[in-house]
Design a protein around this ligand. Structure first.
Ligand SMILES: C[S@@+](CC[C@H](N)C(=O)[O-])C[C@H]1O[C@@H](n2cnc3c(N)ncnc32)[C@H](O)[C@@H]1O
Length: 265
């Protein structure tokens, strides 16, 4: 029987294809629940204030070409449109792309993978990713090289992700193992490691560690199975607590990191 020997690069590609297939299947299946929990009034308000505002602070958006990569239902795309940019959206799940088209008909929406994007080199002024790179573990650096390719020189890459090492991540790992909602390929982003992998490609401009009570119970209400009707009652109070704790908690006690990088050259 002939033995087929794969190089490390080939087996990496095979693994990427299998992550893409399982992510497509997963997000096609949970599409409407995901949309309900992550796009209600309180989740959108959470993203705008705590993730997207710091991600794009100081970034010029009006008139710029912006890609919401791994866009899901296009919550980041909607924020960017409101700031006067021309927006593209890309996601591996046709169900999520349909949700984007419904939310923002003006966005140019495409089904495709962030590992191999259907865009020319140096196409975008800005690329944004909200809470999705952690689904690509352990191939995040391959996606970052592709993002670098489609960004114009000096272009901005903004993203927010659950981060590690942190105490919330230790608790999340136990939860991930017990909860069928999560795929095996998910893992919080070790931002120090990732930066060391792409140090020759990007300048790291700013980084904010954040996310505590409202990140868990408002943004991620679906994970905790909190009913949507309860959110208006507890969210305003948790937003106040979150604002205060974000000022005092160190990175080890924060759930997420928000970063803004610039393509070198
Ligand atoms: C947690 S959701 C985040 C969606 C959205 N960015 C948000 O803020 O809610 C992760 C998204 O990444 C998409 N995704 C996973 N792997 C992908 C890949 N290889 N290329 C493009 N999209 C991918 C999924 O289909 C899903 O819509």
């Amino acid at each position: 029987v002939p033995r087929i020997i794969f190089s490390a690069r080939e087996s990496g590609l095979v693994e990427q294809k299998s992550i893409e297939a399982s992510q497509r299947e997963h997000y096609d299946a949970i599409g409407s629940d995901y949309e309900a929990h992550y796009s209600d009034r309180w989740s959108l308000a959470y993203r705008d204030e705590f993730l997207l505002a710091p991600m794009f602070s100081g970034v010029e958006l009006p008139g710029k070409k912006v890609l919401d990569a791994m866009c899901g239902g296009g919550q980041l795309a909607a924020f960017i449109l409101d700031h006067g940019a021309e927006v593209w959206g890309l996601d591996i799940s046709p169900v999520q792309v349909a949700a984007l088209e419904k939310r923002c008909p003006e966005v140019k929406a495409t089904v495709g993978s962030v590992f191999e994007m259907p865009f020319e080199d140096n196409s975008f002024d800005v690329v944004g990713i909200c809470n999705a790179l952690h689904h690509l573990h352990p191939h995040i650096d391959d996606a970052l090289r592709e993002i670098h390719r489609v960004l114009k020189p000096g272009g901005c890459f903004g993203f927010s992700e659950p981060h590690c090492p942190s105490l919330p991540d230790m608790m999340r790992k136990v939860w991930y193992r017990m909860d069928p909602l999560f795929e095996e390929s998910e893992a919080a982003v070790d931002i120090g490691l990732v930066k060391s992998q792409v140090i020759d490609l990007f300048d790291f401009e700013h980084e904010v560690f954040c996310g505590n009570v409202a990140y868990i119970a408002v943004l991620n209400s679906m994970v905790l199975r909190l009913p949507l009707w309860l959110k208006p009652y507890y969210s305003p109070f948790l937003f106040k607590v979150e604002r205060f704790l974000n000022r005092v908690l160190p990175s080890f006690l924060s759930c997420a990191v928000v970063c803004s990088w610039r393509k070198k050259g």
